[in-house]
Design a protein around this ligand. Structure first.
Ligand code: G3H
Ligand code: 13P
Ligand code: ZN
Length: 322
């Protein structure tokens, strides 16, 4: 199988009540960890590349790594997606350069300007067989190098979604219902604490999601900022020289619930970073004399694989859906 768009993936996910994981890739170990898990579990998967990933690893290297993963895992559909494209030129460069899906994120612009830029990208993408994700509403955290403080985010306004999708022709829509980017998704003030002192975040706005679904029946919805920030990795980081107090993510049960509804794509990046960093810190702590990168990147890659396998089985529900 060669790289695919997300059209068929999303149709099957919508009808089947599951979501496809969209995992950010920045290097070979991350690509391998994700696709080995998806391959073994016969799950579709989306590998996504941010502007920052392209700046770090170079477009060609990332595309070739993903092509290698496609060759190694011929039985599963794999899409290559631009995450948070912020200009027409960036989207065009990825469309011309082998991506099968792009996101144009003009969510920080006015409604009218968001429509105009999204439409421009959709026209070029569709003419080239590529699909487009757009966004309405703003998440807290860092998006497009725009920093939105927790508590200052704006939820998607359901009354705007139909007009937006009609006028732009986008293929999927990212909405803001209380998720946010990064490993600190909520301030301590926004949460309560459980008996172990761990922060418990406020629930996602399922009412906003349900309203959007009513107005866009059959249309694939995307959730960004959907890392769960597993406390086992936070603990690992903190026990081995790191400092990540009060890191908190989205509870897995809520993501599972969203995946059963119209949410067809769930974005995960921070959990990959945590899995790798926790394990590398632990390795360094336990083996201060080792200096071969393969020694510490191996458990880091394995941790990514195990984490992704867990998401596929227990959060996304996409195992066996390839
Ligand atoms: O949405 C943000 C993603 O986690 C990508 O992050 O821009 O640092 O690569 P990045
Ligand atoms: P997390 O920071 O929750 O992993 O979100 C990643 C994301 O939305 C990428 O677009
Ligand atoms: Zn995002």
């Amino acid at each position: 199988m060669s790289l695919v768009t997300t059209t068929e993936m999303f149709k099957k996910a919508y009808d089947g009540g599951y979501a496809v994981g969209a995992f950010n890739v920045n290097n070979m170990e991350i690509v391998q960890g994700i696709t080995e898990a998806a391959g073994e579990l016969k799950s579709p998967v989306i590998l996504q590349v941010s502007k920052g990933a392209r700046a770090y690893a170079n477009h060609t290297y990332l595309v070739k790594l993903v092509e290698a993963a496609v060759e190694e895992n011929p039985e599963i559909p794999i899409a290559l997606h631009l995450d948070h494209g912020d200009t027409f030129e960036l989207c065009k460069s990825c469309i011309d350069g082998g991506f099968t899906s792009v996101m144009i994120d003009a969510s920080s612009k006015s409604f009218e300007d968001n429509i105009a830029l999204t439409k421009q990208v959709v026209e070029y993408a569709h003419a080239n067989g590529v699909v487009v994700e757009a966004e309405l509403g703003t998440l807290a955290g860092i998006e497009d190098e725009v920093v939105v403080e927790a508590g200052k985010e704006s939820y998607t306004r359901p009354e705007e979604v139909e007009e937006f999708v009609d006028k732009t022709g986008c293929d999927s829509l990212a909405i803001a219902i209380g998720t946010s980017h990064g490993a600190y998704k909520f301030t301590a003030d926004q949460c309560t604490r459980n008996a172990d002192g761990i922060l418990v975040p406020p629930p996602l706005r399922f009412d906003v999601l349900e309203e959007c679904i009513k107005r866009l029946p059959g249309f694939p919805i995307v959730l960004h900022g959907s890392s769960s920030v597993p406390q086992e990795f936070v603990k690992m980081v903190n026990e081995h020289g790191g400092k990540m107090p009060d890191a908190v993510g989205i509870p897995e049960e809520q993501l599972r619930q969203a995946a059963k509804l119209a949410v067809c794509k769930i974005n995960i990046d921070s959990d990959i970073r945590l899995a790798m960093t926790g394990n590398i810190r632990k390795y360094f702590d336990e083996h201060p004399d080792h200096f071969d990168p393969r020694q510490y990147l191996k458990p880091a890659r394995q941790a990514v694989k195990d984490m992704v396998a867990h998401k596929i089985k227990y959060v996304l529900g996409s195992d066996g859906k390839a």
